[in-house]
Design a protein around this ligand. Structure first.
Ligand SMILES: [Zn+2]
Length: 163
């Protein structure tokens, strides 16, 4: 058996299992391969990412889907863009430097922040600054309690996820 990532003209992606590549082609030509979402039989193999070759180009997802996947990316452009990129890089490096003496506490961030603030933390290792993850809700609650926390402007790869 072989599994193919398939896509219909409306952009629905789904998986299909076939005995072989030839079997897929044959079933498709007979109109036996239909989209589970809309029933369209104009099925094509979805391009793999990254995909190469002229043959793959015919299988590009429809424009609608391509537009959807690109929606909402924060972008900057114009004459100032190169300076902005440099500034962002410098800021990211500044953040990394600022966090060098800070302890990663992961999802325990809200808990540890409270423990430090209310003096409940007996762990001396947390006399250093900490950084970690908190939900927007947690962050708001911490600020409401007068605990000094701030969102980091750049994403961080947790140390335990580096490998
Ligand atoms: Zn469909």
């Amino acid at each position: 058996m072989i599994v193919f990532d398939l896509i219909c003209p409306a952009g629905h992606a789904f998986e299909g299992w076939f005995a072989s590549s030839a079997s897929f082609s044959q079933q498709r030509e007979q109109g036996l391969v239909a989209c589970p979402n809309c029933g369209d039989t104009g099925i094509a193999k979805a391009p793999m990412a990254p995909f190469v070759g002229a043959k793959g180009n015919r299988n590009l997802p429809p424009a609608k889907q391509r537009r959807d996947t690109r929606r909402g990316l924060p972008m900057a452009g114009g004459r100032e863009a190169p300076d902005l990129a440099k500034a962002m890089q410098a800021a990211a490096q500044a953040q990394a430097r600022a966090l060098e003496g800070s302890t990663w506490v992961g999802d325990a961030f809200a808990e540890k922040s409270r423990a430090i603030h209310y003096g409940e933390s007996s762990e001396s290792s947390y006399s250093t600054p900490i950084h970690g993850r908190a939900t927007a809700e947690d962050a708001r609650a911490l600020l409401d309690e007068g605990i000094a926390v701030a969102p980091l402007p750049f994403p961080i790869t947790p140390p335990d996820e580096l490998n």
